[in-house]
Design a protein around this ligand. Structure first.
Ligand code: BGC
Length: 736
């Protein structure tokens, strides 16, 4: 019997058994599939379409998503809300209406963009990746889930898995950087953290993988621009993080704004059904991105909203985010026979499945507890502090300017970030509260107490400078022992719709640095941004640079800890810092330049270096690590065999430190030209001063030495490979 026949028979059996008991779907002891069918068969068209909508409740902190449609009557049958409030009473009231006032009592799903924490804000995702700390990432996602759950949510639109290689694009802040393996690893951890062991457990919320797929390739970094992604890039770079997160059980996926091969994802059946479901095995529901169905008209593939509704449904979008297009136009499409009930039933089936799995039918309401009992628990605060400390990256430290030495008694602090709260929290602030933020100023005062006399003068704002702002700065600069400048970008310059044409610091801030350099005092620059910066124009003027990113609530305390040496910096870049914006896109795992063997004169820029200022993986420490004895368990091996490489790492400095090992594979010759190296494993560990640790990496040839082709088919070819870790490399050979 073929599969289709078996499925039809099973559905028929299910239907017979369901029809006999209309309340079967309320029985938690029944299998989810059976409950779904029992409920689905009782639903009217209107009820089904209601489930296929996510509408908006309250206001968002995302400037693009603040509109509201006046006078809209919200029926209790609506499937989901983006719920911006943290008021549990009104969340429960929405649930009460759904459960008690709708005919079938289907609970509503409340979701929200909890991107790097709910009230306890952690560093933004790109910074999280720079910590290379799996454990902290997992804890942060668990805490975000718990605070969200206690505020009525059961769904977050996170993690964002768009591998980001163009720093002009504002949403690089939300990604885990430029590398597909890194994104895949963090994707798995985020899903496991949000969803916990079981979706139905208390404090578990559904993850939403976004934006499927290719959105980060927006041309010239401008948000919502078209994308041109080769099939090979799609399978090699774009899809691996989604694949990993789907294998970890992610419940939902968001379809992206962009197009592929001229077909917007929102209407792209090949991507949303063939690739996502049939090839990657996703079995949850797909929600569209904010009003992306209406955009099908702007993108010139749909003539009108009716057209858009049909295309989107057929492609595989189950829930319509805030377009009302499904509820308004699908009835007409049905009447005209352009579609039948099958895709509608399929969409509702998937949505209900997730609601049952979340346990919403059994426990739709949220227990009300005080803010003290749901937010900023002491362990959450500790996690947020450690995360901020480990995600900051010491980019430069000439003559060991940092940590601050005991002869530094007077410090001039200047720049727009010194006393900042709002931008420290970063993009997508959820329910972060400014009053919880430890500013850089407060952090430094608390860290150094009376030991250092800090003078704070603004000196420059984010975008403006003036003689007035500068004059006090000039006076104080003459008498200080050191100048610390806290600079960078406003939070709203990154995130959605936050594109920038230049990655340089704004001119006003550059002027402050240049002025500061005139006084022959050590200059430390602390940079906050949601993207990599192009710092080559200021780098020669300064002695030390700490990239703070958007560190969340405790960034001020964390950076103060780095300056004092209470914290030994351990972050490493998960995204390349270019020398200049013109190098973009620039990333470590590119293919070889055809003339790279001919020397530096070929294929280089006439007006800029070829190399970035700070490469992927760069990050300094206050101690030094020496790598030695790179060994492999077997130099030659056959497919199916595993080999282990190991290396000794000694902390030869005087301070304990956490070192991250980044293990790369270089596939020397392959039938499809491979990137010059590919990250395949990372591990971070504490190594006490004076001690050594042995790190190892077990290579599974199928997983670590294979590559995909443009159809997504994996190939494992025999031949030589190099395993690279820091300055060490060793050859291994896969035999036929
Ligand atoms: C963004 C999504 C976000 C959604 C809901 C959209 O504009 O692209 O990432 O999840 O809004 O806020």
């Amino acid at each position: 019997m073929n599969n289709r026949l078996i499925n039809s028979l099973l559905s028929a059996i299910l239907l017979v058994s369901c029809s006999s008991n209309p309340d079967l779907y309320k029985d938690p002891s029944q299998p989810v599939a059976k409950r779904v069918e029992s409920l689905l068969e009782q639903m009217t068209l209107e009820e089904k379409l209601g489930q296929m909508n996510i509408l908006v409740m309250g206001k968002s902190d995302n400037l693009n998503n603040t509109e509201d449609r006046e006078g809209r009557k919200l029926t209790p049958e609506i499937g989901a809300f983006i719920y911006y409030d943290s008021n549990v009473d009104s969340a429960n009231e929405l649930q009460r209406r759904a459960v008690e006032e709708s005919r079938l009592g289907i609970p509503v799903l409340l979701g929200h963009d909890v991107i790097h924490g709910y009230r306890t804000l952690f560093p933004m995702p790109l910074a999280q990746a720079c910590s290379w700390n799996r454990d902290l990432t997992y804890q942060a996602a668990r805490i975000a889930a718990k605070e969200s759950y206690m505020s009525g949510l059961r769904w977050t639109f996170s993690p964002m898995l768009d591998v980001a290689r163009d720093g002009r694009w504002g949403r690089v802040a939300e990604s885990y950087g430029e590398d597909p393996y890194t994104n895949a690893e963090f994707a798995k951890i985020a899903v496991e953290g949000y969803q916990g062991e079981n979706l139905s457990d208390k404090y578990s919320i559904a993850a939403c993988l976004k934006h499927f797929a290719g959105y980060s390739y927006s041309q010239s970094g401008r948000d919502y621009n078209p994308t041109d992604v080769s099939d090979l890039s799609l399978w090699e770079t774009v899809l691996p993080p989604f694949k990993a997160a789907i294998e970890s059980g992610a419940a939902t996926v968001m379809s992206a704004f962009n197009d592929l091969n001229g077909e917007p994802i929102a209407s792209n059946r090949e991507m949303l059904t063939e690739v996502l479901r049939n090839k990657l095995g996703f079995d949850g529901f797909v929600v569209t991105d904010w009003r992306s169905l209406e955009q099908l008209i702007t993108q010139r593939v749909a003539a009108d909203s009716l057209d858009a509704s049909v295309m989107a449904l057929k492609a595989g979008n189950d829930m319509d985010m805030y377009d009302y297009i499904y509820s308004r136009f699908l009835p007409t499409a049905l009447e005209r026979g352009v579609i039948d009930m099958k895709p509608i039933d399929e969409a509702v089936r998937r949505i209900l499945k997730v609601k049952f799995e979340l346990g919403l039918f059994e426990s739709p309401y949220t227990e009300k507890v005080s803010d003290e009992d749901r937010y900023l628990e002491s362990e959450s605060v500790e996690t947020a502090k450690s995360f901020a400390e480990e995600s900051m990256v010491l980019l430069k430290n000439k003559n060991n300017t940092l940590p601050l030495k005991s002869d530094i008694k007077r410090v001039l602090l200047a720049g727009p970030m010194v006393d900042d709260r709002i931008n420290m929290m970063g993009t997508w602030q959820s329910h972060g509260d400014q009053s919880d933020v430890v500013t850089i100023y407060d952090g430094l005062k608390a860290e150094f107490g009376d030991r250092i006399d800090f003078t704070y003068i603004e000196g420059a704002s984010f975008l403006k400078n003036s003689d007035k702002l500068m004059s006090n700065f000039k006076c104080s600069a003459q008498t200080t022992d050191m100048i610390i400048l806290a600079l960078g970008e406003q939070a709203k310059w990154s995130g959605e719709n936050g594109a920038k044409a230049s990655l340089d610091l704004p001119e006003s801030q550059v002027q402050l640095i240049v002025e500061g350099a005139k006084y022959n005092k050590p200059i430390v620059v602390l940079t906050s941004s949601g993207r990599p910066l192009a710092l080559s124009n200021i780098e020669p003027y300064v002695d030390a640079i700490v990239q703070m990113w958007q560190p969340g609530l405790y960034g001020g305390e964390a950076v103060a800890g780095i300056l004092s040496s209470r914290v030994n910096p351990s972050g490493r870049l998960a995204i390349t810092f270019p020398y200049t914006t013109g190098q973009l896109p620039i990333f470590y795992n590119h293919r070889a330049n055809a003339r790279s063997a001919w020397g530096a004169s070929q294929g280089s820029y006439r007006d800029a270096p070829t190399e970035p200022l700070y490469p992927f993986g760069h990050g300094l420490s206050y101690t030094e690590y020496e790598y030695s004895s790179l060994k492999v368990s077997k130099n030659e091996f056959i497919k199916g065999e595993k080999v282990t490489v190991s290396v000794d790492v000694s902390n030869v400095g005087e301070m304990d430190g956490k070192e991250t090992l980044l293990w790369y594979v270089d596939d020397c010759v392959a039938s499809i030209s491979q990137p010059i190296k590919k990250l395949k494993h990372f591990e971070k560990r504490l190594i006490p001063a004076g001690e050594s640790e042995t790190f190892s990496f077990e290579i599974d040839p199928q997983r670590d030495l294979s590559f995909v082709d443009r159809d997504g088919v994996s190939h494992l070819e025999s031949g030589d490979f190099y395993i690279i870790v820091k300055d060490q490399r060793i050859k291994i050979t896969l035999l036929d």
